[in-house]
Design a protein around this ligand. Structure first.
Ligand SMILES: O=C(O)c1cc(=O)[nH]c(=O)n1[C@@H]1O[C@H](COP(=O)(O)O)[C@@H](O)[C@H]1O
Length: 242
């Protein structure tokens, strides 16, 4: 099983590359994975991916693609050129969109695709507001099944669903879990949350953590505390990791 460092992606939600790289350099080689989301990517483009890769880090490109199949397939091909290892798309874009994305991601050097199920910032009431009356847990399972049938073998869901999704999909599925809140940290806009230890014990492959590290008075100490929690958690054996 890979060590804790392979199981945490730090979300670089910053408005420019300078601030993002300052945090990266503060953490030093403490971390192996960084997530570049829309805020940073729209400001810094592929350059930030090259800068992170030059420093020896793996890049998780979180663009949450959601468009018609032809457009999403093209976006996957363009993103491949940047050299990210993981790339997100919204499972709610539907089967045809995910099939087109999965086919585009067969090219050599393509990132592994992760289907975002129900955003961790949504609770049942917010989901109902979009016309979906299923519980978040049921909707996550429905979308995870649809994504699997469409050729996508990794998902993003909350820690509240990870045990059920793991049981339904088996050890080879890559389950990436944001909405992670170490005890005592601010919840902010997240709704479906858990501690690092809980998410790992329930079967997460990888955790995504932003503000509990980036806004901490000592980001390196905050990251180390999460690694310690991951290392101590009793995780299921034989899981697949990124
Ligand atoms: O795809 C994601 O990474 C994602 C999916 C989701 O359902 N919820 C979610 O919070 N995220 C991302 O995970 C990160 C969480 O950041 P913090 O809430 O600051 O820890 C952000 O960069 C979000 O964009």
């Amino acid at each position: 099983m890979p060590g804790p460092k392979a199981r945490l992606a730090v979300a670089l939600d910053y408005p420019d590359a300078e601030q993002a790289l300052r945090l990266v350099d503060t953490l030093g080689q403490t971390c192996q994975w960084f997530k570049v989301g829309m805020e940073l990517y729209y400001a810094a483009g592929n350059t930030i991916i090259y800068q992170l890769r030059d420093r020896g880090f793996n890049v998780f490109l979180d663009l949450k693609l959601h468009d018609i199949p032809n457009t999403v397939a093209g976006a996957v091909r363009s993103a491949t050129q940047a050299g990210a290892s993981l790339l997100t798309l919204h499972a709610s874009g539907g089967a045809a969109m995910m099939v087109a994305a999965a086919e585009a991601a067969c090219a050599p050097g393509s990132p592994r695709l992760l289907a975002v199920t129900v955003l961790t910032s949504m609770d049942a009431a917010q989901l109902a507001g979009t016309g979906i009356t299923a519980s978040p847990a049921d909707q996550v399972l429905r979308l995870a099944k649809l994504a699997t049938q469409s050729g996508i073998d990794g998902f993003v869901c909350s820690a509240e669903e990870v045990a059920a999704v793991r049981a339904a999909t088996g050890p080879d599925t890559l389950l990436v879990i944001p909405g992670i809140r170490p005890t005592g940290t601010a919840i902010g806009d997240q709704k479906r949350i858990a501690t690092p230890a809980q998410a790992i014990a329930d079967g997460a492959s990888m955790l995504v953590v932003g503000r509990p590290i980036t806004q901490a008075p000592n980001p390196a100490a905050a990251a180390q505390a999460i690694f310690d929690e991951i290392a101590k958690a009793e995780a299921p054996q034989n899981l697949t990791y990124p």
